[in-house]
Design a protein around this ligand. Structure first.
Ligand SMILES: Cc1cc2nc3c(=O)[nH]c(=O)nc-3n(C[C@H](O)[C@H](O)[C@H](O)COP(=O)(O)OP(=O)(O)OC[C@H]3O[C@@H](n4cnc5c(N)ncnc54)[C@H](O)[C@@H]3O)c2cc1C
Length: 482
């Protein structure tokens, strides 16, 4: 059974069918497939990884219109993949999983949906994504606002901002994509920035018809284009390379120079090094601040009133709409559901000090449960990282078939040793210690989201042989020990 119908679930479903495992269902709480790209629909949303590297290796698309696809284009691609790869019959939409419990006697998972339905599964592939839960800031008076309040993750399709006074709270990834679009419609746009982010230029000229035609009729050219894009995204781990940081900051400063007002330029210049926060790209973000209807507010927000936002200097700006571009709760992973493993082990207890998983995929005490886009796997092109994980899972299922195994459970020592290694490697990435606001950490300070090496290193780790006793194995038909 697969939880989700986003890119991770789609990749898993395709590879499962290809390997002959056809008896599975994908449980998806939304009313359409596509995951992130179905849920998030704010204006300006686009991929920030080149699309030739952000596509499935088994469904290469020759006709991406430009290097960075828009949300609508990616969603259409996801829908097409589900249809053309014959996965639609496996999908059950509108089915939210509340939790799952491992039965030590039947050696199966019982999955419970929000509607109370119980479904049994031998193997669970959990692909719930990392950005499912919106973070609303804790600002005094937030609920008193009488205008329209929206979070970027739940953009109302019928929201028309034409002629309205709009506040955007936040200046990170979603804000940078959204602000130039909102500025075109709103009468006034006030951008509340807590800290400035590096926003780099990107090459985004649309592909010409000849470029697209060349790929459409030449499979090897199509594969070469993906390989080249992946090489750019995946070969190096830029965050530890000083020369890259210096170059990126130079490009950032150049990009900021598009802002006419020197005082504004200064306010938009980050005080933390490039890489401390998630790298951002836009050619249109900074010029937006030259518009007469756009104001950058750097005074901290003191409170929200029924009419608008009051900053620490006592000034109130009245607005019709507040857009919260304040990000997502990213560190919960499968513990966002009620997951109970061997001997009644609750995932919240197993992960009391934050999520951890061997290779980001398996965690001790939860047999036959494989996570996609799990702890410490966030880096580069997530579709590609997920494909590496799916290959690992399918190899594991093949092994279970071959060796007649009822279940596999990664040993606690394996997870501990792996996690210690990862945390040590994360400590080497000094730029992540530079004190900027990040979604990477749990309260104890552990980084539980980021992968600390290149994508290709991750692939190497996943294709290497597991240590001989990494997993506890149980043979089929052998009664469990008392
Ligand atoms: C705004 C935004 C922009 C992004 N841009 C990029 C980018 O440019 N490049 C990049 O590499 N990555 C990007 N990402 C990350 C992106 O989430 C991943 O690339 C990719 O979508 C992960 O696929 P997934 O299937 O693991 O998760 P998701 O796409 O999140 O899909 C998970 C699915 O599981 C479903 N689900 C969750 N819980 C349950 C439950 N309990 N029961 C049933 N269904 C459930 C969800 O509804 C969802 O459909 C972005 C994320 C966001 C939010």
């Amino acid at each position: 059974m697969i939880i989700g119908a986003g890119p991770g679930a789609i990749a898993a479903a395709y590879r499962l069918t290809e390997a002959g495992f056809t008896d599975f269902v994908m449980l998806e709480k939304q009313d359409r497939v596509g995951g992130t790209w179905a849920r998030n629909r704010y204006p300006g949303l686009a991929c920030d990884v080149v699309s030739r590297a952000y596509q499935f290796s088994f469904a290469l698309k020759p006709d991406w219109e430009a290097p960075y696809a828009t949300q609508a284009q990616i969603l259409e691609y996801m829908e097409q993949c589900v249809d053309e790869l014959g996965l639609r019959p496996h999908v059950r939409l509108g089915t939210a999983v509340r939790g799952a419990r491992w039965d030590d006697v039947t050696e199966t998972w019982t999955v419970v949906t929000e509607a109370g339905e119980e479904l049994e599964a031998d193997v669970l592939i959990a692909s719930p994504g990392m950005f499912g839960e919106a973070v609303w800031p804790d600002i005094e008076g937030r609920s008193s606002f009488e205008g329209t309040a929206v979070h970027t993750s739940a953009w109302p399709d019928d929201l028309d901002l034409t002629g309205l006074r709009v506040a955007v709270v936040g200046s990170a990834a979603s804000a940078v994509q959204l602000i130039p679009e909102v500025a075109k419609e709103a009468a006034e746009l006030h951008v509340y920035q807590r800290s400035a982010n590096w926003v780099l230029p990107k090459e985004d000229a649309p592909f010409g018809p000849e470029q697209i035609a060349a790929l459409a009729h030449d499979r090897s050219a199509l594969e070469a284009a993906r390989a080249e894009a992946l090489e750019q995204v995946g070969a190096r781990f830029a965050f530890v390379l000083d020369e890259v940081r210096v170059l990126m900051e130079q490009l950032g400063v150049q990009n900021i120079s598009m802002v006419d007002d020197p005082e504004l330029r200064e306010k938009l210049t980050p005080t933390s090094p490039w890489g401390c926060q998630r790298p951002l790209f836009s050619n249109v973000y900074y010029p937006t601040f030259n518009r007469s209807n756009v104001e950058l507010v750097t005074d901290p927000i003191a409170r929200i009133t029924p009419m608008g936002i009051v900053t620490a200097d006592g000034r109130e700006r009245e607005v019709d709409v507040i857009v919260y571009a304040t990000g997502y709760e990213t560190t919960r992973y499968i513990s966002a559901m009620d997951i109970v493993g061997r001997g009644g082990l609750d995932i919240d207890d197993a992960w009391a000090d934050g999520a951890r998983a061997y290779l980001g995929i398996t965690t001790a005490g939860f047999p036959n449960l494989f996570m996609l886009y799990g702890p410490n796997t966030n880096h580069g092109s997530i579709i590609t990282m997920i494909e590496y994980q799916v290959d690992y899972v399918v190899r594991m299922l093949d092994r279970m078939d071959r060796e007649g195994l009822a279940w596999v459970d990664v040993r606690p020592e394996t997870v501990r040793a792996y996690d210690e290694r990862i945390q040590r490697d994360l400590d080497e990435v000094t730029v992540w210690d530079a004190g900027c606001h990040q979604y990477y950490r749990v309260p104890s300070g552990r980084i539980v989201t980021q992968w600390p090496h290149s994508m290709f290193t991750y692939r190497e780790w996943l294709t290497a042989q597991d240590p001989i006793d990494a997993y506890e194995l149980a043979a089929l038909g052998v009664p469990p020990a008392e």
